[in-house]
Design a protein around this ligand. Structure first.
Ligand code: URA
Length: 243
């Protein structure tokens, strides 16, 4: 059993607060009867919930976590070489559910990594066709000149094909190194590192700041948080648009 407003929020109808508004406004019915009581419990497996007469299918409860993957951790559940994995990090946080990482960050890349047991969502978010945007902060060797920026924005050719144009924002370009935010919507292997290699600015340090609607914010390396209701809703709307 779960509260009606939670049922509606999980199904992606509205935020929990807005769902409460729908209930008190008399827009929501359970098994054909309008319900205005906010504390009402529903059984997702048995009750029929409608909003303005439109049936709202129950969404199974899933777990969604945001991890700041530290450097020196492999994005797999098991590493034959015995290196530290994201599964080890999740266990250290006491997470026992069978969540898997959505996509991959290199061993030597840090930053935002989503983990979930929502298989449909994980599939859509990693499929290149849906082009989820990712932003990385790269520290690169050398002073990044406008020609290199222009080349990357136009799209550089990697040995496994052309990398689509990237959005670049130079944060600092002085002396021996530059800092630049790069947004891409593909996920080729080591893509950001290879793009910078193509313009002769090898990456020294790489941190993912954003994965679609999920931002790293102030989450410390190694720290974990539950994805917010708003983030889950935004992620699931990508899935809804894809199906
Ligand atoms: N691009 C890279 O080069 N490495 C990553 O981990 C992710 C994107």
């Amino acid at each position: 059993m779960m509260r009606l407003q939670r049922y509606l929020a999980q199904a992606g109808v509205a935020s929990r607060r807005k769902a409460e508004g729908l209930i008190t406004a008399g827009a929501v019915s359970v098994n054909g009867a309008i319900v205005r009581e906010l504390g009402t419990s529903v059984d997702p497996a048995a009750d029929r919930v409608e909003v303005d007469g439109r049936p709202i299918a129950a969404v199974a409860e899933h777990s969604y976590y945001v991890l700041h993957k530290p450097f020196g951790v492999v994005t797999t559940m098991h590493d034959p070489q015995g290196r530290r994995t994201v599964a080890d990090v999740m266990r250290a946080h006491g997470v026992r559910t069978r969540v898997v990482p959505v996509g991959r960050l290199d061993y030597d890349t840090a930053g935002v990594l989503l983990l979930t047991d929502d298989g449909d969502l994980a599939h859509v978010l990693t499929h290149p066709r849906f082009g989820v945007e990712k932003t990385y902060r790269a520290t690169v060797r050398g002073r990044l000149e406008p020609q290199a920026v222009a080349a990357m924005c136009a799209g550089v050719t990697l040995d496994d094909g052309r990398a689509a144009p990237a959005l670049l924002r130079v944060v600092a370009a002085r002396g021996l190194r530059s800092t630049v935010d790069v947004t891409i919507h593909e996920g080729k292997n080591r893509q950001v590192r290879r793009m910078f290699e193509q313009v002769d600015h090898p990456v020294i340090d790489l941190v993912r700041l954003r994965f679609g609607p999920v931002a790293l914010g102030a989450l410390a390396p190694g720290a974990l948080r539950a994805a917010s209701e708003r983030e889950v809703r935004a992620l699931r709307s990508i899935l809804a648009a894809a199906s």
